[in-house]
Design a protein around this ligand. Structure first.
Ligand SMILES: Nc1ncnc2c1ncn2[C@@H]1O[C@H](COP(=O)(O)OP(=O)(O)OP(=O)(O)O)[C@@H](O)[C@H]1O
Ligand SMILES: [Mg+2]
Length: 358
């Protein structure tokens, strides 16, 4: 039987390592990132990653979404507005976020939306209203949510990194994303302290753009800056500069320039230091009884932008702690949600927000 036919009859069965389930009790785990949305689908036992972006034409018509919208970003005419519905880790544009969630999920369900349970990861250091907005989002997106449970992002991260968070006392997780870095201390399955700071991959890209403009009178786009950031490690290994295309401020003409990697390293330092300083502040506030475990295990570092060249080394140097880098920096939160969905033992770390229908 094909996937589609199976979906229609509802008798599709998928054997995971931990038992059999039917599509009738499917579950999704969602990590809504500012730049990437990651959705774990139990039916596929896989994580879907797309840009959390929407393109609207003439202020009303959906033109493109996800990776297709990102592809047009910085290239589209002015009647097409391309935006991120999330800002600094919280939902800034509810209507567009609902549209995106609806399209992504119905696409994952082959346009045959059936009731499912939802587990959504939320940052800890935001207001209750902002947390509730994540739960409401799923309810309002018309995806037939049977149950919506909330999981603290850092707890899901810990699980996704392979840590037995329920039995550990003192785990320091740092997630460097696009708009934010979340620094959290976990103990016995919960959060002891957590701080969400407004530093991440987007700030790194902006710093590169500003440095190139200042030193070379050259305007480059955000995507070019991101490519430079991502290829930095490789360029340094090959002792090569970054070749970029942009517009010369003086002549107004398009040009190509080679940017030395030292300039890029230099402009990123300020942001790296800001992350490291915030880790130190959290460590200073950590109850001493938890410090021993943190000292023994070091920092667990994840999030897409944690991969930027030299951040892990500088973090280790600045804090005196060992830094464990994630094998799945972009999807670690979603992989943690997958564990919660699949393993009964971890269900207790998910909670319902009061006032929910179920
Ligand atoms: N190899 C890499 N080196 C450096 N940066 C990278 C690499 N791969 C991805 N990134 C950066 O990671 C960021 C996206 O990471 P991630 O998906 O974790 O963020 P997010 O969850 O969408 O954002 P947030 O958690 O702030 O809401 C982007 O800034 C991207 O440029
Ligand atoms: Mg994130």
């Amino acid at each position: 039987m094909s996937w589609e036919d199976a979906g229609k009859t509802g008798i599709f069965r998928n054997k995971t390592e931990r038992g059999t389930f039917t599509l009738a009790n499917n579950a999704f785990g969602i990590d809504l990132g500012t730049s990437n949305i990651k959705i774990y689908n139990r039916a596929d036992d896989d994580v879907f990653v797309e840009k959390n972006m929407i393109a609207i034409e003439n202020k009303k018509t959906l033109f493109a979404y996800g990776d297709a919208a990102f592809e047009m970003y910085e290239k589209a005419p002015s009647n097409i507005s391309i935006t991120y519905p999330l800002s600094n880790g919280v939902i800034a544009d509810i209507q567009n976020m609902e549209t995106l969630v609806k399209y992504f999920l119905s696409g994952m369900m082959r346009n045959n939306v059936r009731p499912a349970d939802y587990y959504i990861a939320v940052p800890w250091d935001v207001t209750e209203v902002e947390k509730r907005a994540f739960k409401d989002l799923i309810k309002e997106s018309n995806v037939k949510a049977r149950k919506v449970m909330v999981v603290d992002k850092a707890v899901a991260d810990g699980l996704g990194l392979g840590i037995d968070v329920k039995n550990s006392q003192g785990v320091l997780v740092v997630n460097v994303g696009f708009d934010t870095t979340e620094i959290s201390i976990l103990s016995l399955g919960g959060i002891v302290l957590s701080r969400l700071i407004k530093v991440g991959g987007r700030k790194f890209d902006e710093a590169i753009k500003a440095a190139v403009r200042r030193e070379y009178s050259l305007i480059i786009g955000g995507k070019t800056a991101e490519i430079v950031k991502i290829s930095l490690h490789e360029l340094e290994q090959d002792r090569e500069g970054a070749v970029v295309y942009g517009r010369d401020i003086v002549t107004g003409l398009p040009v190509e320039r080679e940017i030395p990697t030292a300039l890029v390293d230099e402009c990123l330092i300020e942001h790296f230091n800001s992350i490291i300083d915030n880790i130190k502040v959290i460590l200073e506030r950590t109850p001493p009884e938890l410090a021993a475990d943190i000292y023994r295990h070091g920092i667990y570092l994840t999030g897409g932008a944690s991969q930027v060249s030299k951040l892990a080394q500088l973090m280790s140097k600045g804090t005196g702690l060992q830094v464990n880098v994630s094998e799945n920096p972009v999807t670690s939160v979603a992989l943690g949600l997958a564990k919660i969905i699949k393993e009964e033992n971890y269900k207790s770390v998910a909670y319902a927000i009061e006032g929910m229908s179920k």
